[in-house]
Design a protein around this ligand. Sequence first.
Ligand SMILES: Cc1cc2nc3c(=O)[nH]c(=O)nc-3n(C[C@H](O)[C@H](O)[C@H](O)COP(=O)(O)O)c2cc1C
Length: 243
Amino acid sequence: MSMNLSQAFDEIVQRRRSNRRFDTQIQVPDEVIQKSLDRAILSPNSSNMQLWEFYWISSPEEKAKYEKLCLGQSAARTASHLLVFVTRQDHWKKHAQWNIEKIKASMTGEPSKSEKRALDYYGILMPILYRTDLFGLSTLVRRAITFVKGFSNPFMRFAGIADQRVMVHKSCALAAQTFMLSIAAEGYDTCPMEGFDAKLVKRALQLPNQAEINMIVAVGKGTNEGIYGKRNRLPIEDVVFKR
Ligand SMILES: Cc1cc2nc3c(=O)[nH]c(=O)nc-3n(C[C@H](O)[C@H](O)[C@H](O)COP(=O)(O)O)c2cc1C
């Protein structure tokens, strides 16, 4: 009898552990990484703006470079692949335009009401959300709109540059999670890392200023020694509040 989806998902979630030491004799096949990246890009992401990039570090020479930038962590040292999850806030204009093209391509004549709304969403709202400038004028404009609109009614309180950064990091982390669950489903293991030198990783990838490293995921065949302890979690009632 085939396993039902709920059982299968439970098995994947239970299997995924952060493993800090991979078996260096076992290479994770490229197809496993490829398939997991294909799944990762299906992750939910803010306004389908897809302001993310995935750098697949695979060659031994490149890996050696990034091991060091991951501060010599054993997960990085023993990984068969390293995946760098990157946010690309700076691509907002290009991706808003891409979304507009997609909407236009599916139109048959003049835009319908919902098509018009979708076009305005990418043509008007996205610039408000994502525009940045040297003097913080766009932040001022955003704050002004928020103040007026949010005065008496609930309103999405977009404001400063920090909010824009949070926005792109959320979506990118969801892609990383889909990727890690996929690797677990394929019978291999991962370790997400934020212990790295972000400035030097950015430089190594030749990324512009606005791009940021979300996390680096080490992939390999996990070992028992790579599991550092029991999977402790706070009691569910300490973190879940049903209203
Ligand atoms: C954003 C993020 C950053 C992390 N950074 C590191 C890291 O630098 N090194 C490491 O060994 N583990 C790192 N971890 C793994 C966590 O320690 C681990 O997920 C947590 O202890 C729960 O264990 P589990 O993943 O096995 O369920 C990171 C996890 C996340 C989500």
